[in-house]
Design a protein around this ligand. Structure first.
Ligand code: ZN
Length: 116
C-alpha cells in the first residue's frame, strides 16, 4: 500500500518539519525527510498515521527495522523511542553547542542507535 501525498503532508506538518527521532529541522537538511513506519511493515506495521513518523534519512537508515536497541552502558535491551506514545523532551536533550544529544532516561534507545 502506498502512503498518499496528503498523508505524507499531514505527517510532516504534525512533526513541525522536524525529524521525530533526533529533532533536526528539515529546512537545514540537504534532502527531504522520509516517512518512517514506527512499527516496520515487515513486522505487520500499517500505513495508519499513528504508525508514521517524519524521519531524517540518517535516523531512518540507522533505525532500519529495529524496534528495540541496547542501552549503551548496560547493554540491556530497551524499546526504541516511539514518537507517538513518548515525549522527546522527556527522554533526550541536545547539547548546548547543538552537536550531540544526551539521553535523559535509559528507557528508550533509538538515538543511541541512530546517532552513534
Ligand atoms: Zn533524525
Amino acid at each position: 500500500m502506498t502512503i498518499t501525498e496528503t498523508t505524507k503532508q499531514y505527517v510532516r506538518q504534525r512533526a513541525k518539519y522536524l525529524c521525530e527521532y533526533c529533532h533536526s529541522p528539515e529546512e537545514i537538511s540537504t534532502s527531504r525527510f522520509t516517512i518512517d513506519h514506527i512499527k516496520p511493515r515487515s513486522l505487520d506495521g500499517t500505513d495508519d498515521v499513528n504508525n508514521l513518523a517524519l524521519a531524517c534519512s540518517r535516523c531512518n537508515q540507522r533505525r532500519y527495522n529495529f524496534t528495540v536497541g541496547s542501552d549503551l552502558e548496560t547493554q540491556a535491551e530497551v524499546a526504541l523511542f516511539n514518537p507517538r506514545s513518548q515525549q522527546w523532551q522527556e527522554h533526550f536533550i541536545w547539547s548546548e553547542d547543538g552537536t550531540k544529544f544526551l539521553e535523559l532516561q535509559q528507557s528508550v534507545a533509538l538515538l543511541a542507535i541512530a546517532l552513534t
